[in-house]
Design a protein around this ligand. Sequence first.
Ligand SMILES: C[S@@+](CC[C@H](N)C(=O)[O-])C[C@H]1O[C@@H](n2cnc3c(N)ncnc32)[C@H](O)[C@@H]1O
Length: 575
Amino acid sequence: MVGETATVSTVEHVDTDALRKARGAFFTPPEVAAYVARWAVRSAADCVLEPSCGEAAFLLAAHERVQTFPSVGPTRLDGVELHAASAHVARAVLRAAGASARVRVSDFFAVEPEPSYDAVIGNPPYMRYQDFAGADRAASRRAALRAGVALTGLASSWAAFTVHSALFLKPGGRLGLVLPAELLSVNYAAQVREFLMRRFARVRLVLFTERVFPGVLEDVVLLLAEGSGGTDHCELLQVQDADALAELDPETAAVWTPTSTSGKWTSALLPTASAAAYAAATTGAGFSTLHTWGETTLGMVTGANKFFTLTPAQAARLGLADDELLPLSPPGSRHLRGLSFTAHMRAELGREGSATLLFRPPADPSPAAQAYIQQGEEEGVDAAYKCRVRSPWWRVPLVVPADLLLTYMNADTPRLTTNTAGAHHLNSVHGVYLTDEHRVLGRELLPLTSLNSVTLVGAEIVGRAYGGGMLKLEPREADDLPVPSPAGVLECADALRAVRPRVRDHLRAGRLLDAVRLVDQVILHDSSALDAAGISDLEQAYAMLAARRRARGTKAKDRVSPHAMALSRRAQDQA
Ligand SMILES: C[S@@+](CC[C@H](N)C(=O)[O-])C[C@H]1O[C@@H](n2cnc3c(N)ncnc32)[C@H](O)[C@@H]1O
């Protein structure tokens, strides 16, 4: 156990950004450590462990917390740290503060757990599975297995740290950790979510609307778990940033019951009123998921878009015949901002110099196509990964033109567009293939009707934030996107047709939210799915979630508060 202080024979003084990154060393701001210590340390006699203590941010906060109790008891403060130099600094910092603490240099997973602590608090290292391999990962998985948690090989280091940390708690003890917000969303964390709900009597999460660690891309949540015996719900607290924690009363938490303990917890990010409106709408008969309408799949992978996609002018210059070219939705998805992608739009884009054609000669290419293939070989296109693994390299595996195109990476929200042009599509967009039963209705009205606040909020929940604040939606996630149900659409079909021209005008002018307001009126308000207050809650929830995603995607220094962003978007929309 952690009790003994290890002697450090050599103290490594060399530390660099790269070395820190490799061992997941990002030190916690003092306000965050103080908040967690205030919650976790409840008597002067508490025994406290900080696993992976770095420079002892939490032990120091625990020591300060202990000083606030009338009688200062025989507190035990222990730390474990892999990196000798950090442990050395930790000891010096604690000594300077007058704390009597023991910091051991060790791999935390090599420390045999004994349930002897009242509080385990800290910030586990965050290393992705790619950087966390071999014996280290095997040891961490073994450690998690002791608690009955079988982590997948894709788990980042914090997952096993969380589980292993819990094994050091006395029954009824408290676990207070800073964890990546991916705890709520990633598949590999499902076992951790399930473990927390099974192991602790209370699970509280503090969610931040802004980024807490400057310079670190990962968004974090605070996990405050205590007691034992399991629970079916979490308590949620939302706060702007680390500074605002001082004012946050943990007893003001909202209760949130996940639909499944292991399933994604991202809907926890919704404010309470919006969560109620969202649940009411998505569980009503008027809504279902995109999967009810059909299948969503990835687009074509050419292996070399520059070679295989051509503008009409290029194709003419090369002298390619019509049967060697297929109509294509050009690379990217900027052109998919309306309700339909028509043959006329495609022709227009082609005239403007977009690559609206796919080079796809038959098995016996014409002399012009053969010349182009030879040019490709001279340029080494045949050696590109996806090209060299197929034969012949110049025949791109086709994906049938889809009924609807769905954008993949999104600044505002995923867009569905009817593929009236019958164009093929690349993997910058997904294809939605409607079932026979819903094809006619879906092609006509699904893109229009999906422009509603429930779907906008749903996309933020089922999708994931990507670099630069984009929202990425994989086909499997798109399956779960809440959209109006076929029955719901059928019921409002005439009213939807009536607003279509105005929606189209708003979209042409880039006024997404005005278009959404028109559709909300029909699909949510007039159908009595939600009242005006519920719709307004969802509008705000979308503004908050999208602003939050963008704020996380920007550098800390050009951060704007989500509230300010919501207001500015509204102002832009109204302008
Ligand atoms: C995110 S930092 C947190 C440090 C400190 N708890 C804080 O909040 O400021 C993670 C720390 O874990 C240490 N670490 C990484 N792998 C470890 C392991 N297997 N056992 C113990 N410590 C480890 C790193 O050296 C780093 O100091």
